[in-house]
Ligand binder design. Structure first.
Ligand code: FCB
Length: 456
């Protein structure tokens, strides 16, 4: 299977998950510092204080990327390094780190893909209401401009948000992520304000001359249990209604306003039942509908549901009354996530049909397994098989007409996996946290060969 010419091969990371150096060069506090330091929020009490120490080791890490022949590296900028309090002038020492990183990448002929928000909101903004406060959207656009002003001469590929669903509904809905609030109305409001911030920032980046602007969402095909292994399985009317509603809450909530300029009925109904829709002001949808070039898709597993009459809404899914979230009949990763590679092609083909205006890129895909280092090697056969299976489905989606521009593996390095801490390893490169030694796993060497062959 050969991929299109110019298909972009790369890997992704995020600031709080790898950088460490949380008090250095004037960095302010983020909601993830606060959250991870509060007992009980993260497995084993882990924090991102040191993480992979990438802030000091970025040069070696870029060398590693060069050896793996990556063409693109997607990383995020830590907002509190740029604006320690979330507003006001830029902190030059914070910008300087990303400046050095970008130059090092370009020297290695690796294209930087910047994500502006991968969840590390300045704590000062959370203290003023966080994403539930409309003003945060405007602060985000100002911050985006500061980063572009410094790096826009060399960086052409920009993403506004990473996974607004997770930021809103795990951050403010079930409280599993920072800031740890459990309030359905705040979660829905936060989702809207994140999207408003996306639209404002996209407009600002465009005015400043950004070549490519992307929104990154976590998306999954929503399936009934029978459809997991049989795409043709016909759902009952009740099950199909559950599937449609969850698809609206997970994916259309973000892509419909961004690309079609409207909210799905299901989202408005969910808001109406949870605090109202007043936060959606006249003109907002026009802002959110700012033209973008690409949608980034983070895919790990399908979402499996069926009708569940009488069930209350799940805390992460306001609006999901009468829906039962079900298990998939499939093997799982160390996260317990079902492995369903063809879920990816089903998703990509559907999105390319629903949103033909934009190109698609797989901006995250990968798996955690319990890796062991043996004689300086990590034989992560499960990860190789996961990645091979999913890449094959990317190829199939392209054959079926999806406009797929690239694939970025999650993740370059083992890292701080949010509420799971360091016990879940997603890297293609193993990190020994005691010594900060990096060891490319077999999956990294395999991926290097895939890149060299531009195919499987
Ligand atoms: C995604 C996140 C990423 C990583 C993977 C496993 O939801 O964007 O930071 O944690 O999951």
């Amino acid at each position: 299977m050969i991929f299109p010419e110019n298909f972009v091969w790369g890997a992704a990371t995020a600031s709080y998950q790898i950088e460490g150096a949380v008090k250095e060069d004037g960095r302010g506090q983020s909601i993830w510092d606060t959250f991870s330091h509060a007992p009980g929020n993260v497995a084993d009490g882990d924090t991102g204080d040191v993480a992979c120490d990438h802030y000091h080791r970025y040069q070696d890490d870029v060398e590693l990327m060069r050896e793996l022949r990556l063409a693109a590296y997607r990383f995020s900028v830590a907002w509190p390094r740029i604006q320690p309090d979330g507003q006001g002038p830029a902190n030059p020492r914070g910008l300087a780190f990303y400046d050095r990183l970008v130059d090092k990448l370009l020297e290695a002929e690796i294209s930087p893909y910047i994500t502006l928000y991968h969840w590390d909101l300045p704590q000062a903004l959370e203290d003023r209401g966080g994403w539930a406060n409309r003003d945060t959207a405007y602060r985000f656009a100002d911050y985006a401009q500061l980063v572009h002003d410094r790096l826009g001469d060399r960086v052409h590929d920009w993403a506004t948000l990473n996974e607004p669903w997770v930021a809103a509904f795990l951050g403010y809905g079930n409280g599993v992520h920072a800031p740890g609030r459990k309030n359905p109305a705040h979660a829905l409001r936060s989702a809207h304000h994140l999207m408003l911030g996306h639209g404002l920032a996209a407009t600002r980046l465009r005015e400043l001359g950004a070549r490519s602007i992307m929104l990154v969402v976590n998306s999954s095909p929503v399936l009934t249990p029978a459809q997991v292994n049989d795409p043709q399985a016909v759902a009952s009317e009740a099950d199909a209604a559950a599937v449609d509603r969850i698809h609206a809450l997970l994916t259309r909530q973000f892509l419909d306003p961004a690309i079609h300029g409207r909210y799905p009925e299901e989202v408005l109904a969910a808001a109406a039942r949870n605090g109202g829709t007043e936060h959606i002001q006249d003109g907002d949808l026009k802002i959110i509908n700012a033209p973008i070039d690409l949608v980034g898709i983070n895919y790990y597993n399908p979402c499996v549901v069926q009708a569940g009459p009488g069930r209350p809404a799940d805390a992460a899914w306001p609006g999901s009354e009468d829906v039962e979230f079900a298990a998939a009949d499939a093997p799982t990763t160390a996260m317990g996530w079902p492995i369903v590679p063809d879920g990816l092609s089903r998703l990509l083909v559907r999105l390319s049909q629903d949103y033909p205006q934009v190109g698609l890129m797989v901006t995250e895909n990968g798996a955690a397994f319990d890796d062991v280092v043996q004689d300086g090697r990590v034989h992560d056969v499960d990860r190789v098989s996961y990645l091979r299976g999913h890449l094959h489905e990317v190829g199939r989606a392209i054959e079926q007409g999806a406009d797929l521009r690239g694939y970025l593996v999650w993740s370059l390095l083992d890292n701080f996996e949010w509420a799971e801490g360091y016990r879940r390893r997603f890297g293609i490169v193993h990190v020994d946290y005691a010594t900060q030694t990096r060891v490319p796993k077999d999956s990294a060497l395999w991926y290097r060969d895939v890149i060299a062959a531009n195919g499987l």
